[in-house]
Write a protein that binds this ligand. Structure first.
Ligand code: F0G
Length: 487
């Protein structure tokens, strides 16, 4: 019996599998094209999964952002949206949802999560400011440095171990935090940032006890605490699963304990409520006033912030749905199944399973590849070739070169396979595991990649690469040998 299953559904035969607690009422046809076409698509897309088109993709696991399934109630709400430049009823409904679910009185609407980061950075970061955080997200770092700030990442060493049983790898190192504040002087630290379900280290949560410790230090030195709540629902779900003190708490109670400790809560609604848009919220009217003028400047009027009223309605409903454990558990439970099954069959995965997606340790699989050959990028291309499944490279390809043009190699070479909420079925997840096991067993056939076009910024989005040898053709030959005429 799976003790972590919140809805406690046992199978008579003892099987431990997640069960879908929704029914599918609108579907989209998928394309599983032959492996030869997948190779052509790779050449057309520059061996970069961002260059692929969905007509060539079977399961799109590049992200969960903006692609979680929406509910019937969200779609219904979108139909009754109230279009108005100012004073829209839709915005009032979103404000109420933010107050009811996140416990925050004031709401500043923004067009997506990175826009919230821009506003917060613009309001509080001066040249030389230092922002301690558990770990950065790409857009967060970009906005902080854009305004002349610096960051320091304060995870415990355990977080950098690819295989671990630590339940809260997203925890902030409290001793280091206090040390940094003393060294730097609190006046140079406008805020401390905690990211719920730390994305780039494998969607790993922090505990409420850790947040309490961070809050105590923030209060001691009079520093604001900012919570990136984009993956808050999943972090709350894992708190319920893994932090014994909260085992009997409701999702709503856990969420409000977390948001209640922050001075500023911001979120990407592309993740938090399965739609589009975002928001910044607070209970502090001074903080609200400090950021308020920036919304019309960067985003739009205070009652839409660059979002359509339909999106605003969907966010309001989606926020309430975050409180439903049968909904919020779906993606983490499927990820756990994927990670545990793949691990049992010998595939090196990041453990413990986190949220947002399953992360494959490409460096451990491709030990024969040189780090200059973009290990995770090559693995992502190879996996698409043999499965039609698109993941996202999270390794050195996603890094920028240093100021002298040298490569900076990433801490980890990962393939992220996102599992958006209520999008994939269990048989599709089983297919992903099956192809991962096959590729791991044929790993010696995977070769490296080299750039043919390398853009100066954010090269992982637009960059074009090619294989360093004819390894894709050799991989296809072995695939045909083992799978015959199977797609
Ligand atoms: N914060 C976190 C933790 C995120 O994961 C993201 C986006 C953002 C902020 C920015 O939000 O995209 O609405 O501007 N993560 C996406 C991903 C892009 O694929 O993981 P946004």
């Amino acid at each position: 019996m799976n003790k972590e299953n919140p809805v406690k559904i046992k199978f008579y035969n003892g099987e431990d599998i997640p069960l879908e607690l929704h029914k599918v009422r609108i579907v989209q046809k998928l394309h599983l094209v032959p492996i030869e076409r997948r190779l052509e698509a790779l050449y057309e897309g520059g061996f970069n999964t961002f260059g692929l088109k969905t007509t060539d993709i079977f399961l799109d696991m590049i992200t969960d952002s903006g692609v979680n399934a929406m509910s019937d109630n969200q779609l219904a709400a979108m139909m009754q949206a109230d279009d108005a430049y100012a004073g829209s009823q839709s915005f009032i409904r979103m404000q109420k949802a933010v107050e009811d679910v996140l416990g925050q009185k004031y709401l500043l609407p923004v067009h997506q999560g990175r826009a919230a980061e821009n506003i917060i950075a613009c309001a509080y970061i001066k040249k030389g400011s230092l922002i301690p955080m558990n770990y950065h997200f790409t857009t967060t770092l970009a906005h902080i440095t854009q305004y002349g700030g610096r960051i320091v990442e304060l995870l415990y060493d355990e977080a950098y171990k690819t295989t671990s049983s630590h339940p809260f790898k997203g925890n902030m190192n409290i001793e280091k935090l206090e040390g940094i504040i003393i060294k730097e002087d609190a006046s140079n630290i406008p805020f401390i940032r905690m990211e719920a379900s730390t994305n780039l280290i494998g969607g790993q949560p922090f505990s409420i006890q850790n947040l309490r410790d961070v809050k105590a230090i923030a209060d001691k030195y009079g520093i604001r605490l900012v919570l990136d709540a984009s993956l808050l629902g999943e972090n709350a779900y894992l708190v319920k699963q893994r932090e014994p003190e909260f085992a009997e708490y409701s999702m709503g109670e856990i969420i409000q304990i977390m948001t209640g400790m922050a001075d500023i809560v911001y979120f990407s609604a592309r993740k938090l409520s399965s739609s589009r848009g975002g928001g910044i919220c607070t209970n502090n009217d001074k903080i609200y006033r400090e950021m308020e003028p920036l919304i019309p400047l960067f985003e739009g009027f205070l009652t839409y912030g660059g979002m359509s009223v339909r999106e605003i309605e969907a966010i309001a409903v989606g926020l309430y749905e975050t409180l439903d454990e049968t909904m919020i558990s779906q993606s983490p439970d499927f990820i756990r199944y994927l990670v545990n099954s793949a691990t049992e069959q010998g595939v090196p995965m990041i453990t413990p399973p986190g949220v947002l997606g399953a992360h494959v340790n490409a460096r451990d699989i491709c030990k024969h590849l040189d780090k200059r050959e973009y290990i995770a990028g090559a693995f992502a291309a190879a996996f698409f070739l043999i499965s039609g499944v698109r993941g996202m490279e999270r390794g050195s390809l996603s890094n920028q070169r240093d100021e002298y043009g040298n490569e900076t190699y990433a801490d980890m070479e990962l393939l992220r396979l996102a599992v958006p909420r209520r999008v994939f079925t269990l048989s599709q997840i089983k297919y992903v595991i099956d192809r991962l096991v096959w590729l791991n067993e044929n790993r010696e056939l995977i070769g490296g990649l080299k750039f043919v076009y390398e853009p100066p910024v954010l090269r992982f989005f637009m960059g074009r690469l090619e294989p360093v040898s004819d390894w894709p053709q050799k991989l296809i030959a072995k695939f045909k040998e083992d799978f015959g005429d199977s797609l």
